[in-house]
Ligand binder design. Structure first.
Ligand code: PGA
Length: 304
């Protein structure tokens, strides 16, 4: 008779090591995160592959790839550890402790919004361990699809996925220019007065870029030959240095921006935009994720 999986001596530790390697596709990086020597990681992987009687990775050239079995095992390991995490948190709750891991995935503009709320939350829940992932819309969408985090903040939630979303607050997109720009002191600026300006734009996959493109298309506006810069911070620095103009989240402008930037009062702007809290439909939130969700919604007020 075929042996059942759990009787084949694969251990949680092996699965944990496997998951770290599989998510990074690098033994070296996983060893560093796990504080283990590389040979120890390799041994754990070999034992796990033997226990399952299957190959989990393929090495082609210098790159590591997951086999189909490896992909299956990665999905199962994530589910398994999520369940174990929830168990750990429930046990801690029974003991009256608010402990556990809170995993957040937020788009880059929301990194100006969420930390200010996370600070006080962590103060009142000192035992909570936070994993805060920041990426552009496409990167955070992938994390959501792979079910890697508890809660997500998007301004353009991927509505094609099965999600629940709640409006958090507004995220207007504004035109920014260096403060010495000839139009900087004007009360009103027409779009056609910006003809000939050089524009700095976020990369493909960015929600900010997506919103700007949609707005320009709807209004019949053109941004000719934009320069692509894949970071809000680098865009702010470049605008301040006189490289061109940009359209960014107003919060990006007010947070840690170089002093010599202004918002231009351009007709038709700001572009209306909002942030949403996103949870995969049917996801069982851990008690701490549930607590953070309520806290976010009560602080930002849009939930009521
Ligand atoms: P992003 O963030 O431009 O980094 O994708 C965007 C958003 O607000 O959707």
């Amino acid at each position: 008779m075929r042996k059942r999986l759990h009787t084949r001596q694969a251990t949680f530790r092996q699965l944990e090591v496997f998951r770290e390697v599989a998510e990074r596709l690098s033994v070296t990086d996983a060893a560093r995160v796990l504080h283990l020597a590389q040979p120890t990681v390799s041994t754990q992987l070999t034992r796990l592959a033997q226990a399952l009687d299957a190959q989990l990775f393929e090495q082609i050239g210098k790159k590591l790839y997951l086999t189909d079995v490896g992909e299956e095992l990665l999905t199962t390991s994530r589910e398994l550890f999520e369940v174990l995490d929830r168990l750990e948190m429930r046990l801690a709750q029974r003991a009256g402790l608010a402990v556990g891991r809170l995993r957040l995935g937020v788009v880059t503009t929301a990194k100006y919004l969420v930390p200010g709320l996370l600070g006080p939350f962590c103060k009142s829940h000192p035992q909570v361990e936070v994993e805060f992932q920041v990426g552009n819309r496409a990167e955070i969408r992938r994390r959501l699809q792979d079910n890697l985090d508890d809660l997500y903040v998007f301004s353009h939630p991927p509505r094609e996925l099965d999600i629940e979303l709640t409006l958090l607050t507004e995220n207007p997109l504004v035109v920014i220019a260096p403060s010495e720009h000839p139009l900087a002191r004007r009360k009103r600026v027409r779009w056609d007065e910006l003809a000939g300006e050089r524009w700095l734009m976020r990369e493909q996959g960015s929600g900010t870029r997506h919103a700007i493109e949609r707005h320009c298309e709807a209004q019949g506006l053109r941004l000719d030959n934009p320069i692509t810069i894949a970071s809000n911070e680098a865009i702010k620095e470049s605008v301040a240095a006189g490289l061109g103009m940009a359209i960014l989240s107003r919060l990006a402008l007010t947070h840690m921006a170089p002093g010599n930037l202004v918002e231009l009062p351009v007709e038709g702007f700001p572009i209306a935009n909002s942030w949403y809290l996103v949870v995969p439909r049917g996801k069982q939130l851990s008690p701490i994720a549930e607590a953070f969700k309520h806290y976010l919604l009560s602080e930002l007020g849009a939930a009521a």
